[in-house]
Write a protein that binds this ligand. Structure first.
Ligand code: JCF
Length: 677
């Protein structure tokens, strides 16, 4: 389509695209559908190709990355890029405050501080000449860095040209380039699917993405930038405080951290720190502390510097979430369904607020992926209430005498053959009900509170019963006699009576509990409830075809297959019959049509620690109201229930603008619909 005035159209398109870009990437507030954006971008690219004389480096079309560089060139920072002194506790903060007040010495009782999260990324400098991005550079050693202009241009939250009034002739803005946690996980998932190397953490991923000679690679990486200070300024002025300076930067189009705030005195700093420490894991990005700066520039100037760090700022670090330790040994545990899980025994290390001495290694693929050996030094990570993970092996620290981890070739408990199904990560013991480990785990599950709820049958006692050969499967529990119990070590008359009474009482149960208690693979409490609801009675369930099973909410081909295998197994059905013969029974329940339920068609996600309910219990109750409960947050999510220490799912919800409620609101909602806890 020819244009009457191509230059005018090009300029209009650039202005429009810049504005949309700013709304989307800087303000987190998208204003047009993607197709509209793409259409305008395509038109701009066509016009720029047609009229090369109008091409400009600050056009929004110039973000995709051009021909790769041969090498990085060096950049010297005219104003050195400083590092920050660290504080590790309140005492360090009090000393910092005392030094400030002593040095300023004018009787000031308390200072004003600008605070912000300390992003765990890469410090960079951006130079703008007459409002146009001219150069981007890494911090390097503070005086010399590398020119990464080609790469920073691809980051959408970095303006190619500035907006607004009073922009200095030369302006150097500094900040942190980082990778949000959600983007990091996606990037690693994609790498894993392709069998490529993954990044250890978001910081390394950001660093690796900026170290690319080919900007087309960087352009594909989910990087963002938050700005926090200025370096060189010529031909213009800035406000007289850190906080108002940030405000001005944001007016010119830079992204600044939305958590930044101004507080009074060191008490204010401590309160800010405590509050963010609680929310640390639910932020969309990794932070390793809080930066506090004397707000007033005039005071900053009076305070000056010591070597490479300003006297007027400090970084209070959070406790580390990653630590080095040593792999002492690997043990192989056999689970309820026979899955063999390698567990790392570690030299105890304090990380993420607790002492960690075990970490799961998941499966044999994970051992291969890590290339880990016994005796290796490893990085352990524990963030929030997530179970500790081994992130990587530090190969430089590998001693000469490491031992290769030998994955067992038969079940470590019953010596039966082990097998791995097509497409599955876990090796499984094929011993089934003859495997002592599976017997114990199945019985522990059967008696647990959410299943048959048999009081007085703790883990130790279950192990004893199996080891003494008194019980082989769950039906055997109901054949136990008082005499047998009294022969056990540490079993008194009273405990034996109580246990027999509890067993007797458990016989009167409900269909959902019974289905759940059987421990069929992948059939959790919520699925058991759905199955009971759908079929109403045990005979209906057992005779259901695979197709009929697939009709049930939450049941996919894998679960349907496990169910059919269980119902088709003579051994399993013999145990069920023995249970029924022993008197285990339940009333049939009313079959409920899903679509009439109050939360029908809704998708919920439950994350973080809940108080009154476990996450599985919350899930089962939401499903009883017709909601689908998903494991990850997406644009389709209706609502997220987030307890304290919620992590990346909460961050993702915030990023997507999905509604988030706390446990209290969930309980209120359940109560409204008459759901019992
Ligand atoms: O977020 C950061 N990593 C961060 C680093 C924030 C700041 O306000 C900084 C910084 C390094 C130096 N300020 C200075 C002066």
């Amino acid at each position: 389509m020819p244009s009457a005035d191509p230059l005018q159209e090009i300029e209009d398109l650039r202005e429009q695209l810049d504005a949309w870009n700013h709304q989307y990437y800087v303000l987190d507030d998208p204003s047009v559908p993607d197709v509209e954006y793409d259409r305008s971008m395509l038109r701009l690219q066509q016009l720029e190709q047609q009229y090369p004389q109008f091409q400009r480096p600050d056009s929004p079309s110039q973000r995709v990355g051009a021909t790769p560089l041969q090498q990085f060139s060096q950049v010297s920072h005219e104003v050195p890029m400083l590092s920050l002194e660290n504080a590790f506790n309140q005492d360090d903060m009090l000393n910092f405050n005392r030094r400030l007040l002593d040095r300023l010495g004018d009787g000031a009782a308390s200072l004003e501080f600008a605070c912000e999260p300390k992003l765990d990324g890469i410090a960079v400098s951006l130079l703008y000449r007459d409002g146009v991005l001219e150069r981007g550079a890494t911090r390097g050693d503070g005086s010399t860095g590398e020119d990464i202009t080609h790469n920073v241009r691809t980051i959408r939250s970095i303006p190619l040209r500035l907006r607004g009034e009073g922009i200095p002739h030369l302006l150097e803005v500094r900040g942190e380039i980082y990778m949000p946690k959600a983007g990091f996980e996606q990037l690693n998932n994609r790498a894993r699917e392709r069998g490529e190397k993954t990044f250890v953490n978001p910081r390394n991923a950001a660093a690796g993405s900026l170290r690319q000679l080919d900007a087309r690679v960087t352009a594909e990486r989910p990087l963002e930038m938050c700005c926090y200070s200025v370096g060189l300024v010529e031909g213009g002025t800035l406000p007289d405080r850190q906080a108002s300076m940030l405000q001005r930067l944001s007016e010119w189009g830079f992204r600044i951290n939305p958590e930044s705030a101004v507080v009074q005195g060191i008490e204010g700093c401590n309160a800010y720190y405590d509050e963010l420490a609680l929310r640390r894991n639910s932020l969309a990005y990794d932070i390793d502390g809080i930066v506090f700066k004397v707000n007033e520039f005039a005071l900053q100037e009076r305070l000056g510097f010591v070597s490479r760090a300003p006297r007027w700022a400090i970084a209070r670090k959070f406790p580390a979430q990653e630590e080095l330790t040593r792999l002492l040994d690997v043990e192989f545990q056999v689970g309820r369904t026979g899955a063999i899980t390698p567990v790392a025994r570690l030299e105890p290390v304090f990380v993420g607020g607790v002492t960690v001495s075990n970490a799961t290694l998941h499966n044999s693929d994970e051992i291969d992926r890590l290339g880990i050996q016994i005796g290796d030094t490893v990085i352990v990570r524990r963030a929030g209430d997530v179970i500790p993970q081994i992130v990587t092996v530090v190969l430089e620290k590998r001693p000469d005498n490491t031992r290769v981890i030998r994955f067992p070739t038969q079940c470590p408990v019953c010596q039966s053959a082990i097998e791995r199904e097509e497409g599955e990560a876990a090796w499984r013991c094929m011993g089934g009900l003859v495997c002592g480990a599976q017997q114990k785990a199945a019985i522990k599950h059967f008696v647990s509170r959410r299943a048959m709820d048999i009081d007085g049958l703790g883990d130790k006692l279950v192990e004893q019963l199996v080891e003494e050969g008194l019980v082989e499967n769950v039906a055997g529990l109901y054949a136990l006699t008082k005499e047998q119990l009294l022969n056990l070590e540490r079993m008194g008359e009273k405990s034996a009576d109580n246990l027999l009474a509890a067993l007797q009482a458990s016989k009167q149960t409900t269909l959902p509990r019974f289905i759940f208690a059987l421990g069929i693979r992948e059939v959790g409490e919520a699925t058991a409830l759905n199955l009971a609801r759908h079929f109403g009675s045990w005979p209906e369930l057992v005779s259901a075809t695979e197709e009929q099973l697939l009709q049930v909410d939450d049941v996919g081909p894998v679960v349907a297959d496990h169910l059919r295998q269980f119902f088709d197994s003579d051994a399993s059905m013999a145990v069920v019959k023995a249970l029924q013969d022993a008197g285990v029974s339940w009333p049939d329940i009313e079959r409920l049509p899903q679509r009439d339920l109050p939360l029908a068609e809704q998708v919920w996600v439950v994350t973080g620690k809940l108080e009154a309910l476990s996450r599985d219990e919350a899930k089962a109750r939401l499903q009883s109201l017709g909601a689908k409960v998903a494991g990850s947050v997406s644009a389709k999510t209706t609502c997220v229930v987030a307890g304290p220490a919620a992590g990346s799912k909460l961050a993702k919800a915030n990023e997507l603008g999905v509604e988030v409620i706390d446990e209290e609101s969930l309980l209120a909602l359940l109560a409204t619909h008459g759901v019992e806890l």
